[in-house]
Ligand binder design. Structure first.
Ligand code: ADP
Ligand code: MG
Length: 269
């Protein structure tokens, strides 16, 4: 196949069904002493204050914490949407904190999948076109993109909705399309910031199950910010942020939503 591969990143998928694109040792994700402040109206806000975090294995993980604890800022830093003031971030062996703007764009395109609370689909494009768009921008082979988007939309249960525009889809369907888009290049890391914040409870439960399954099937690290214990109960472990740092970590094995809620209360109380 004839693909454009001029950037210095681990190779993406070459056939539409390929999985586990990053055969390598070492942590999938590591933050060491990461700090980030913002200045707003002359006032300095320390949003992230010394985050240390290491995740070795793919899987579904949760980040919890009160509003303002730095969850979204941390995700922005992981996605190279913003640069830390201090500290180091590695994702699948890449030094994210050191990327220049151009390298960060390439990194985001192929190594990171992002799922937003507001879906962020383009309203004038069909579901299928939304999934394929990052690939079009990256100059991918159109036949590969067609096959890849069909496979992903089918897997997420929205294959029959592929030719509809976002406004003809329910919120849950739109979010499943946005997950398909995030998975286009089989990224080692998928970041989801309160992905079910705009969904009803039935759609939310379906989405949490799907994210857990996808993480296992694609050998991807899915890191989800949530304030819902029922969501975190689908995850392997919870990282609790408080005042911009990882305050506690706990495994969710054997815990239901009530169990997660009580562990979380214990950590933050
Ligand atoms: P969370 O997602 O946990 O609610 P955030 O990471 O959004 O927390 O915010 C952490 C702190 O940093 C908050 O006090 C917030 O107001 C501040 N903050 C976040 N982003 C910005 C920004 N772009 N400019 C100024 N302050 C910001
Ligand atoms: Mg937030």
């Amino acid at each position: 196949m004839n693909h454009t591969r001029n950037e210095m990143v681990a190779p993406g998928p070459h056939d539409a069904t390929s999985r586990a694109p990053h055969g390598r040792d070492g942590p999938l994700l590591e933050c060491r002493g990461v700090w980030k402040s913002y200045t707003m109206a002359g006032h300095r806000v320390e949003a992230v204050r010394g985050v240390d975090l290491r995740i070795d294995a793919p899987g579904f993980y949760a980040v919890m914490g009160q509003s303002g604890s730095g969850k979204s800022t941390l995700l922005h830093l992981l996605a190279a949407l913003d640069r830390p003031d201090r500290g180091e971030i590695e994702v699948a062996g890449r030094a994210v904190h050191a990327l220049d703007e151009r390298a960060a764009t390439q990194f985001r395109r192929r190594q990171i999948g992002i799922v937003f609370q507001q879906f962020n689909l383009i309203s004038t494009l069909s579901a299928r076109e939304n999934v394929e768009l990052p690939g079009m921008l990256a100059g991918e082979d159109p036949d590969w993109l067609t096959e890849r988007s069909r496979l992903l939309l089918d897997r997420l249960g929205v294959g029959k909705r592929a030719d509809h525009r976002p406004d003809a889809l329910s919120g849950g369907e739109q979010q499943r399309v946005s997950i398909a888009r995030a998975l286009l290049f089989s990224p080692p890391l998928v970041l989801a910031d309160e992905p079910t914040g705009n969904l009803d409870s039935a759609s939310s439960r379906l989405l949490w199950s799907l994210l857990g399954e996808i993480a296992a099937e694609h050998q991807t690290l899915v890191l989800m910010v949530t304030h819902e214990p029922a969501a975190a109960a689908h995850c392997r472990a919870v990282y609790v942020l408080k005042d911009g740092a990882v305050h506690a970590t706990f495994n969710t094995e054997g815990l239901d939503a009530a169990g997660v809620a009580s562990r979380y209360q214990h950590c933050t109380g």
